[in-house]
Design a protein around this ligand. Structure first.
Ligand code: IVH
Length: 678
């Protein structure tokens, strides 16, 4: 009980030097106990003793706020809310994985690796944690930045939120520069508690732990994140100075020694052992304290990894093994019809809730009339439903033996359940539609689409606020959003001064979006995000697209005749043109913001955000040619190597730049590897 010495109960008057010493001592001691409790799961003191010490630290920090250290455990409670997240360019791309689903896929993976390097391969098998991938950056051992994966090249800065995760060390046990990657997740137990709390407080109910983790990490208010009890498994060193590690598992040991909570793993000497592990993990999956959706199989030897290299989005030296879709038996209580933004009527089964693949499922899509007929799904039927990972749950089959005779066949409604207008099923189409463009359901869905992440990306404006705005008749179409004032929002449920201002700011910010987002946001039937980009690149302005003929649109590579017809029909409607005019009047950008007209935009910008340095004599290209290739793919070429350099492309007789790259831990690639990336 010697630690009780720290507890004052009354305010002790200390001078600044004494305070600094005591604050340092307490910060280090508390961090060590935090590590033992959260990372090692091996507490050495009681909660009471911990509380006494942290109270002492809080008191001292109150008296001398300037002495509070950045890595103080008191700094894990979250701070002032942000108005939006800033973008972060990753120094090392955060790749994803290709998938395998069975033994044969794994054997193929092993065969192709062995063929390509002709050596014996040792694998490491790790659970594939179902959470959110993050990059953590440390300078001189201090945690300075944490980011989401985003598109792998650019993510969002969520440092403030990650500081609240108790298993993320704020200070490492060595003063080094390092970037690591891990998966933030929420344990099953915390997930159940969180949803219970959300239910009591009328908050969002999360469908599964992964959504809960993602929702908690993407909070603008880090104080909310702090309450969510998030956890992390770190599984990779992304970048490190003078890395002296030759095996993946040595990396794990090193990460552990720095204070990270690392992934559990098994080493396998052959692919047969890997297959055995897949079976074992599949059985023990449900007994783990956290959700996993598969395993990740990685080559252990880092030199072999270098030889294998990467594709544009995933490494050749690793593969994900996805567990088979989980099935459960349940009952169809009812079949309801939902109306989407293009008027499509989607029948949905309302089910007796069951737990499948980590989520409680109470609805499953039935797609369309034909699907229901083909499977003969009736209201009251006992059915098998299936879910795998992120996939929408589906009804696989009816258990006909359990029919009682009371089941009712489903009829597709001939009038829209929302606006009561007649519905149509066009020849050759599987979909039944409500054709009334003014149908409130279509309007609502269309607005939700307009503000969504891939469209106008208006932060803080989701389904519930769109519904509130419509119910309160504050908006009738997407353009009305830009006419909203803070005062209009304040009377809305749970809308404070700050959130109203944030929303107005986010709406304002979206006026500057690039043209492709506007085109996608308009919700033209058949026009997805990729098509919107192609159209924006081709026609350069919304007016250009409005004036374009069917033939001109069809002439754009990848755009088919049906899509072109749909675009032309969309801009023939007065109502749609009115919305466009209103958007223009209020200052929404309607021009392509791309600068380089000559670029071949149909090429995927796979090097976006990457900086290359070229050195030595290249065999296959002139320097200027390699530069052009990189720039055409969205990358940048720089003359000197720094920590920000993504890759050094080294030819024969590369000199000082190569040396510098090795010193800084920058990835060096050969011409061959470069070609593979291209
Ligand atoms: S390795 C280059 N290991 O699964 C290697 N990924 O696409 C990239 N994940 O979002 C990933 N657990 O964040 C790796 N032990 C593990 C993992 C893991 C979960 C996630 C990863 C990524 C997704 C794969």
């Amino acid at each position: 009980m010697h630690l009780l010495w720290y507890y004052s109960g009354r305010r002790i008057h200390v001078n600044k030097e004494e305070a600094r010493k005591k604050i340092d001592e307490l910060t280090d001691l508390l961090n060590e106990h935090n590590y033992k409790y959260y990372v090692l799961d091996h507490p050495e003191i009681t909660d009471y003793e911990y509380d006494m010490m942290i109270n002492e630290l809080i008191n001292l920090e109150k008296q001398f706020p300037e002495l509070t250290r950045e890595d103080s455990p008191t700094q894990r409670v979250g701070g002032e809310p942000l108005s939006s997240f800033t973008q972060v360019q990753h120094n090392v791309p955060m790749l994803s994985l290709s998938n395998s689903y069975n033994k044969e896929d794994l054997i193929d993976f092993d065969r192709s690796i062995r063929k390509s390097i002709g050596e014996k391969i040792e694998y490491v098998v790790e659970p594939k944690i179902d959470g959110l991938s993050v990059n953590l950056k440390y300078e001189k051992g201090k945690f300075i930045q944490g980011a989401t994966r985003g598109n792998g090249i650019v993510g969002e800065d969520i440092t403030k939120n990650l500081r609240t995760v108790k298993t993320i060390p704020l200070k490492l046990k060595e003063e080094i520069d390092i970037e690591v990657r891990g998966e933030v997740y929420i344990s099953r137990e915390t997930f159940v508690k969180l949803n219970r709390k959300q239910e009591e407080n009328g908050g969002t109910i999360f469908a599964n732990p992964r959504n809960a983790a993602a929702g908690s990490l993407r909070q603008l208010d880090s104080k909310v994140t702090a309450k969510r009890n998030l956890d992390i498994f770190v599984f990779n060193i992304q970048r490190m100075e003078n890395m002296n590690i030759s095996k993946h598992i040595e990396g794990f040991e090193y990460l552990k020694s720095l204070g990270f909570k690392t992934s559990i793993y098994e080493v396998c000497k052959s692919i047969e052992e890997v297959v055995d592990q897949c079976e074992k993990w599949s059985e023990k999956r449900s007994s783990l304290g956290f959700e996993i959706d598969g395993l990740v199989i990685k080559v252990n030897d880092l030199t072999q990894r270098e030889k294998l290299g990467t594709r544009s989005k995933s490494p050749r030296w690793a593969i994900a093994y996805k567990f088979p879709a989980e099935q459960q038996k349940t009952k169809v209580k009812n079949i309801v019809v939902q109306v989407g933004r293009t008027g499509a009527l989607t029948p949905t089964a309302e089910l007796d809730p069951v737990r499948v693949a980590g989520s409680v499922i109470s609805r499953a899509t039935l797609h369309n009339e034909d699907y229901i007929k083909e499977k003969d799904i009736r209201i009251g039927d006992t059915v098998i439903i299936e879910k795998a990972g992120d996939v929408i749950p589906a009804v696989v089959r009816v258990i006909f033996d359990e029919r009682t005779g009371k089941e009712e066949p489903f009829e597709m409604p001939t009038i829209c359940p929302i606006c009561k207008e007649e519905t149509f099923r066009l020849e050759g189409e599987a979909v039944t539609r409500c054709m009334n463009a003014a149908c409130p359901a279509q309007l609502r869905r269309g607005l939700i689409h307009f503000v969504s992440r891939d469209a106008m990306n208006i932060d803080g404006l989701g389904e519930s606020i769109v519904t509130l705005l419509l119910e309160n008749e504050l908006i009738k179409d997407a353009a009305d959003l830009y006419y909203l004032k803070k005062e209009d929002l304040l009377p809305l449920e749970r809308m404070g001064e700050k959130s109203a201002q944030n929303l107005i700011d986010a709406i304002e910010k979206s006026k500057k979006n690039d043209l492709e987002r506007v085109i996608f946001g308009l919700g033209i039937k058949l026009v997805g995000a990729r098509a919107a980009k192609l159209l924006a690149d081709e026609f350069k302005s919304l007016d250009g697209l409005i004036k374009a003929s069917d033939e001109e649109i069809t002439a754009v590579p990848e755009i088919g005749h049906k899509m072109a017809e749909s675009v032309v029909a969309f801009f023939k409607e007065d109502r749609n043109l009115e919305i466009v005019e209103k958007l223009r009047d209020v200052g929404v950008n309607m021009q392509s913001l791309k600068e380089n007209d000559e670029e071949d935009e149909n090429i995927e910008k796979k090097f976006e955000g990457l900086t290359f340095v070229l050195t030595g004599t290249l065999e296959k290209y002139k320097r200027s040619e390699a530069k052009k290739i990189i720039e055409n793919l969205g990358g940048r070429v720089s003359g000197s190597v720094s920590k920000k350099t993504s890759y050094v492309l080294a030819g024969a007789e590369a000199g000082s730049k190569l040396e510098k790259a090795n010193q800084l831990g920058v990835k060096v690639i050969s011409e061959e590897e470069f070609e593979q990336m291209v």
